[in-house]
Design a binder for this molecule. Structure first.
Ligand code: DX5
Ligand code: ZN
Length: 220
């Protein structure tokens, strides 16, 4: 199963409903990047604005919280209709409690790690998560280069999920995914792919989503 999640970070924020509509028929999830200008040096949405986007989206929303003090600051998102909520390992004092609470509130729970964080750091959290996100760029901005050197982390996570019987846990990559790099990520074991600039900088966003899916599916 392959999932393609367009990120609207590179979409036109003033025209989000029509931007989302361009990919809605062909995508699995909408990836919403929330940045607070503390955890990362960029700001995207206030909680209120994020909530409007989540509630208005035709697609289920995969909320990627790049926010500091996630133990507290992620809690308002539990009251939205978000489909899944991803918090950063580096931003939580007690990730296990937060992930458990996300699940208890009926959302898929996910843990993200930045490029500098080892995959071993999150091994014990696997039973509490529905998705692992291995960042393939330094979080903060779209349009950066895919870090192939993160693929060993994806391979290790794939092995843990397969060998541990966590067949319902998804493995996501985010950052620099494009028509060349998606195959590398699939080969390493990812099944859920965020793609921002390659989709929304194209005149045919839906066509790009379909092509990304075909390229991933071609890797066995
Ligand atoms: C980066 C964000 C990504 C970003 C991906 O911090 O988490 O989701 O939007 O954009 P591209 O695909 O352009 O790297
Ligand atoms: Zn993201």
């Amino acid at each position: 199963m392959i999932r393609i999640c367009p990120s609207i970070l590179n979409a036109n924020f003033d025209e989000l409903p029509s931007e989302i509509a361009k990919v809605a028929q062909v995508s699995d999830l909408l990836h919403l990047d929330v940045m607070d200008n503390k955890f990362v040096p960029n700001f995207t949405f206030s909680f209120e604005r994020a909530r409007e986007i989540i509630e208005g989206s035709q697609l289920p929303v995969d909320v990627h919280l790049m926010i500091a003090n996630a133990d507290k600051e992620a809690l308002p998102y539990l009251d939205t209709s978000a489909f899944s909520i991803t918090v950063h390992f580096e931003a939580c004092a007690d990730p296990l409690s937060l992930l458990t609470e996300i699940r208890r509130r009926g959302k898929r729970s996910a843990i993200a790690i930045k490029p500098g964080t080892a995959i071993d750091e999150i091994r014990e959290l696997i039973p509490a998560v529905d998705m692992i996100l291995v960042m393939t760029v330094e979080p903060g901005f779209g349009g950066q280069k895919f870090m192939s050197e993160m693929m060993p982390k994806v391979e290790v996570a794939r092995r843990w999920l397969d060998e541990g019987g966590f067949g319902d846990t998804w493995l996501q990559v985010d950052g620099g995914v494009n028509l060349e790099t998606i195959s590398k990520a699939k080969q390493a074991g990812a099944d859920t792919f965020v793609a921002g600039s390659v989709v929304f900088n194209s005149p045919d966003p839906a066509g790009i989503v379909e092509t990304l899916r075909q390229l991933a599916a071609a890797v066995k």
